[in-house]
Unconditional design. Structure first.
Length: 97
């Protein structure tokens, strides 16, 4: 079992990984692509934004299945990630450390 998965694209997000995120059963997660962005309210309808978010952001995918209470593993971001803007927006916050 890989306890340090690397995501190079949304295609690397698996059901197994989502379960590991929910259960905090990994040591680290490296993200190597732009996985998040904010909605451009005047340019984009909410449904399109929601599809993007639920296809590319592993934390949102996990939170849709089971409300995340914490992220107890290291999140590593490659230089390909330029912003964390809206990564966790409107998610109920507990102890995201």
């Amino acid at each position: 079992m890989n306890r340090n998965p690397v995501l190079n694209s949304p295609d690397d997000i698996t059901d197994e990984l989502i379960q590991k995120i929910i259960k905090n059963s990994i040591d680290s997660l490296t993200i190597n692509y732009e996985f998040t962005r904010c909605q451009k309210i005047e340019l984009e309808n909410y449904e399109d934004y929601e599809k993007y978010r639920l296809a590319s952001n592993p934390f949102w995918i996990a939170n849709e299945r089971h409300e995340l209470e914490s992220i107890d593993f290291e999140v590593r971001l490659s230089p390909n990630v330029h912003s964390l803007a809206c990564s966790f927006v409107r998610m109920r916050s507990y102890s995201f450390e």
